[in-house]
Unconditional design. Sequence first.
Length: 403
Amino acid sequence: ASSTALITWNSNEPADSQVEYGLTASYGNTTPLAPQFVTAHGVGLTGLQANTLYHYRVLSKDASGNLATSADFTFTTSASGGVLFSDNFNVATLDLNKWSRGNNSGNQAAIANNALELRSQGSQSGWVITKQAFVAQNTIVAVKVVQPNNDGDLGMTPTFNLGSGNGIFDQSNWYRFYVYRNQASGPYLLYAQWSKAGAVNGLDVTGNLVINGAVYLRLRCDAAQIYFEASLDGVSWMTAYSEPFALPGYSLSNAFYYELAAYKSSINGVCTVDDFSITGSNSAAAELASASSFAAAPAAMPSDFALSQNYPNPFSRNSGAATRMNLALPQPGRVRAVIYNLQGQEVKRLHESTFAAGSHVLQWNGANEEGEAVSSGAYLLRVIFEGESAERAVMTRRIILMK
């Protein structure tokens, strides 16, 4: 866009995010520090001049205080911006020139207090979808989730059925970016999900982001990739997940509709959203060379199976936060992840499904299969990976749960 840019980079261990930028290599402007420790970084620049060359460098500091500073990079803003669609919902009723509202009987999505409330009755979804389809290539689709619920999403699809009780979920091809929660209280989580020719899969992508209230979500597409990005302030963005765009039979040059939906709000709560927009994207991306011992080159596909120690460890169920483990898969394959007590009894089966190659996050909230809190003490996470090339690997991590 003419007045904004998105700077993205990767580090090979969690670190904070900041960008220096300006009209020369002396910079002169610095973004607010984004203190969240992440490995996929995204920082937005605003208030830029149109058709102008900018210099910038990125800075990341890890938990030990080691600072990495990139080399100087440049980008040029476009001559003019392009807002393709926007709605701040500051109207009395849903603008039906912009949106189609699912006509399923349980859909109660409606405007309230200058925002869109996604609510429903029974086992249905409250949902709306853009009336017009938009070519996805080089776009950013963003929404502010003012009040998350336990199952609300931003989605994109080439097709839809207004009679569906669950939005675009029953279509064969789509991407969805969820805010969700699998317990009654505590931080909300992020989930990237997709249906490819009817095969539904996905993964938790919360990472180190702690979501206790409003959160911004966006789906960003360049010429070949789709990025699932989140922000706590709408300025500094974290790339939660990305992959080559892969809906069978479609490419980013096709047109897609965009959904806002919340499932079963009588149990999961009402999801309130605001400030939806679709804009043309002209973002810049930095690739860190060896700025320090922990600065990384662009993120690459893992070469080996790996499972990190959980963090935090010990962790407390009473804090409301789950403990998380980073999982690296060098190829697609089946993952079986199970929590055991020290007597060898199965406590909780976290996953038993096929995962794509790449980086994933496993998490456990200290509950058993029935959703009941388990007692404090030591537990074992055992992960078995069976790759599509017949590679097999097993790893175990010791987890300490405290009250």
